[in-house]
Design a protein around this ligand. Structure first.
Ligand code: AKG
Length: 289
């Protein structure tokens, strides 16, 4: 039997109930939705990115025992990530969940917690860091390692429909994981970790092949890792037709950096720019000939 016969049938997983759950809760868990071949491609891409000294590696909790690595927008220089995003069903799944036949890549981002005892990724929403607004938004969180739910990505159910908080300042996580990123226009993040029982927190045990799709307006935070645990993940962030360019406070750059974007687009323009490649329909130059 060829490996094609083993391809998970993700279409059957996206029932009306599951799609409604995404709208209501802002997050869905899809068990065994990705074939191991795609996980292999992610691992090869991650190895290339880690070896690529030209790609910036951000170190959260730098120099502390809990240090871990984050690196964003590796698509342009990483053939494995390009093949993954053009050829795998990831963009199809995200398109189906957000209800858009056209799917653009906003960015992809690795979070690499190696060696055990890595710190939490602080609670935050992604939207404040992104220069866009709209409703057709979805991110897929994929991990290469088997993880208990306390060490995966955690979410506050339904929070994408509530307050939009400021981001946290990645450079200040050692002192205060809620310190505002922009410091204007948005309320500071609450200290969710200090009062976990006040929030409707959800997460899942993960076996490689499982994926979580979440709305970037949802409050989420990454669990710490226990002794000896590896946790190598990629998040793929996509959007659909109704997403438009929006300004963020000029006090800080957005994530990832997109110099020139604000000169090319005005607020309210459809978010179309070479920074954001279209994944679906598959561009002509990515088709087999
Ligand atoms: O995996 C993590 O710990 C953090 C992931 C995250 O914050 C994201 O994908 O937006």
């Amino acid at each position: 039997m060829g490996s094609a016969a083993l391809q998970p049938n993700w279409q059957d997983m996206l029932t009306d109930d599951v799609l409604t759950e995404y709208v209501t809760n802002g997050v869905i868990f899809l068990p065994q939705a990705l074939h191991p071949e795609w996980l292999m491609l992610i691992e090869l891409g991650m190895i290339r990115v880690m070896d690529n000294t030209a790609q910036t590696k951000h170190r959260f909790f730098q120099g502390q025992p809990g240090e871990f690595i984050e690196t964003v927008r590796n698509f342009d220089v990483t053939p494995e990530i390009q093949r993954l995003l053009y050829d795998s069903p990831i963009a199809d799944m995200l398109g189906a969940v957000i209800g858009s036949d056209n799917v653009w890549l906003y960015s992809e981002e690795f979070f690499i917690k190696e060696g055990g005892n890595c710190a939490r990724t602080p609670w935050h929403q992604d939207m404040p860091y992104w220069p866009l607004e709209g409703s057709q938004l979805g991110s897929m969180w994929i991990t290469l390692d088997k993880l208990p739910k306390a060490e995966t990505l955690e979410f506050v159910r339904g929070s994408h429909r509530q307050t939009r908080y400021d981001g946290f300042d990645p450079g200040a996580v050692n002192e205060d994981p809620t310190r505002p990123f922009y410091g204007v226009d948005m309320p500071p993040l609450p200290d969710i970790e200090a009062e976990r029982d006040k929030w409707d927190i959800v997460s899942w045990d993960i076996t490689p092949g499982d994926v979580v799709i979440f709305h970037p307006g949802l409050l989420h935070g990454g669990g710490p890792t226990s002794e000896g645990r590896r946790r190598r993940t990629i998040t793929v962030r996509c959007y659909g037709d109704d997403v438009v360019y929006a300004e963020r406070p000029p006090s800080r750059p957005t994530v990832p950096l997109t110099p020139g974007l604000s000169l090319a687009l005005k607020p309210g323009d459809p978010l179309r720019h070479p920074y954001y490649p279209r994944l679906r329909p598959l561009p002509e130059n990515q088709r087999a000939i």
